[in-house]
Design a protein around this ligand. Structure first.
Ligand SMILES: [Zn+2]
Length: 196
């Protein structure tokens, strides 16, 4: 039978992240040990993360390796967006992917079914690669860490896959991919890059 968490006390709990420990009090079920994190706990946690974000930017970065050809395509695309660097662009793509595509089953399966495998594979398999460091905001970074833990993959692998998917969309001449980009992604990207 599932625990209904009726027997609660306020206890200090620990959370390990980035090789550091966050400690705060929250409701804990005495029967099953579940941490019932309330808004106050989440607020403290975000404040703690913001503090780390200020001191340890490196903890919120992923080191990716992209095909040099892909980076060139990104630079060409960004000619229409003066002042935006590829790293800011890649961060935008990842944020949009997880906020717009990934949580929407219809959109993500549509994208998977029309993705141009030939271009995707050519970017993935290209041995001529360039290291790119991408900086994320605390919220996005903890989301990436959670997804990574769930999938058993590193955050850089997840980021690389998303960027390659979107760059496949941008560089393909396939009409379905083009219209997916224009209809589902383009406006979000313009919004994001204006605020960058
Ligand atoms: Zn319980």
């Amino acid at each position: 039978m599932e625990c209904s968490h009726n027997n609660i006390s306020n206890k200090k709990v620990k959370k390990e992240i980035f090789d550091m420990t966050f400690e705060a009090k929250t409701s804990v079920c005495n029967d099953c040990g579940a941490h019932l994190r309330d808004n106050e706990y989440e607020k403290k946690y975000m404040q703690w993360l913001e503090g780390i974000y200020k001191e340890r930017r490196d903890k919120f970065q992923t080191q990716c390796h992209f095909s040099k050809n892909l980076v060139k395509c990104a630079e060409a695309y960004l000619e229409d967006y003066p002042g935006i660097s590829p790293t800011v662009f890649f961060r935008a793509l990842v944020t949009i992917y997880f906020n717009v595509v990934d949580g929407d089953g219809k959109k993500s399966s549509q994208l998977e079914s029309i993705l141009d495998a030939e271009i995707y594979d050519s970017f993935i398999q290209d041995k001529d690669r360039k290291k790119v460091t991408i900086q994320f905001k605390p919220k996005m970074m903890i989301e990436l860490l959670a997804i990574g833990e769930f999938l058993g993959e590193s955050t850089s692998t997840i980021v690389e896959e998303v960027v390659v998917k979107f760059m496949t969309m941008i560089t393909s001449h396939d009409e379905r991919l083009r219209s997916f980009w224009e209809n589902e992604i383009r406006d979000y990207l313009d919004m994001f890059l204006k605020g960058a």
